[in-house]
Design a protein around this ligand. Structure first.
Ligand SMILES: Cc1cc2nc3c(=O)[nH]c(=O)nc-3n(C[C@H](O)[C@H](O)[C@H](O)COP(=O)(O)O)c2cc1C
Length: 309
């Protein structure tokens, strides 16, 4: 029974992965996608998105971070995957789920869900290129516009040699409209034998219990739920009660210190405010702080306001 932190570009970056894995409960992270086009990504670029590679591919808390690639060309993806495995990635994940029009226009992400043959070619090429000791996994949505090819895509991932498949139980056209269609996960499990990871709309420990029951999957990936309730994974794993705001506040201060140390200082206040805005749905105090900081851009003034709480 594993809990996996979802890749989320702009939300679950290195600082957030660091924080959430120290809070506890996660067994594995997948980093936000690296887009692969026609050249080899430089080591510097890869390390900027996945700095954990300089730490044996693990967060400070020791949780492995898989590297996710997004692209449509099997050869380029395979070459980049081999290169990144050589940098010490503990796993390579392939993105067949991103619904962003910019990404789809270039044939990557969810656009591939209408081409199971290409999915097969990509997975097989990457699997061949990467040492057997490094898992190659995939993450997909149910389809691009509909569910006509869901099972074909899942079979293509399995036949290509992936060792695990995560399914976000929505189509690209569904975007993020609730509810996620968990019942589809059970249908996919009937078709493929590779381990399936259930994903979509797990916001509470009760959701976690329900998605496991409905899907039959042992392993669950959660994304936005872990950002809005940072103790979600810990509560699922230990049955602990929910953290109060006074308990969470030192972690928020800690997060801001991480941002200040690791990112362009000018962007640190905006990134903190983004998180406070999301925390606001679970913690009214975060919403109040979010409002108080809304117009403040000076990184030092933001720190003073945080510490004054
Ligand atoms: C802001 C944002 C960025 C995302 N970036 C990625 C990404 O880089 N790669 C990916 O496979 N999925 C990405 N996703 C999708 C999530 O990994 C996940 O499948 C989706 O949010 C559903 O899970 P949740 O309901 O637990 O959030 C992103 C989602 C959000 C909200």
């Amino acid at each position: 029974m594993r809990l996996i932190l979802a890749p989320m570009e702009g939300l679950a970056d290195e600082s957030m992965r660091d924080l959430l894995t120290r809070l506890g409960g996660f067994d594995l992270c997948v980093a936000e996608f690296l887009r692969v086009t026609h050249h080899l990504l430089t080591e510097k670029f890869v390390l900027r998105t996945v700095p954990e590679l300089a730490n044996g591919g693990r967060t400070r808390a020791g949780v492995p971070v898989r590297v996710q690639l997004l692209g449509s060309d099997p050869v380029c993806l395979a070459e980049n995957a081999a290169h990144i495995a050589g940098l010490g990635a503990p796993g390579i994940d392939l993105n067949f789920g991103c619904p962003a029009p910019m990404v789809n226009r270039h044939g990557g992400g969810a656009a591939l869900l209408v081409e199971p043959e290409r999915i097969h070619a990509i997975v097989a090429a990457v699997r061949r290129a990467v040492p057997q000791s490094v898992p190659v996994t995939a993450k997909m949505r149910l389809g691009l516009e509909n569910t006509e090819l869901t099972l074909d895509c899942a079979r293509a991932v399995e036949a290509g040699g992936a060792s695990e498949l995560t399914v976000h139980a929505r189509t690209g056209a569904d975007r993020y409209r609730p509810p996620a269609r968990w019942e589809w996960l059970a249908r996919i499990r009937e078709e493929v034998k590779l381990p399936l990871v259930a994903n979509g709309d797990v916001w509470t420990p009760q959701d976690w219990e329900r998605i496991r029951r409905v899907s039959g999957c042992a392993d669950v990936m959660t994304g936005r739920g872990a950002i809005t309730r940072p103790d979600l994974a810990r509560r699922i794993k230990t049955g602990a009660t929910a953290m109060t705001w006074p308990e969470l506040l030192p972690w928020v201060v800690d997060f801001y210190a991480l941002l200040r140390a690791r990112m362009d200082l000018r962007h640190a206040p905006g990134r903190l405010k983004q998180w406070l805005g999301m925390l606001g749905s679970a913690y009214p105090e975060a919403e109040t702080l979010h409002r108080a900081l809304r117009v403040e851009r000076d990184p030092d003034a933001v720190e003073k306001m945080l510490e004054g709480r």
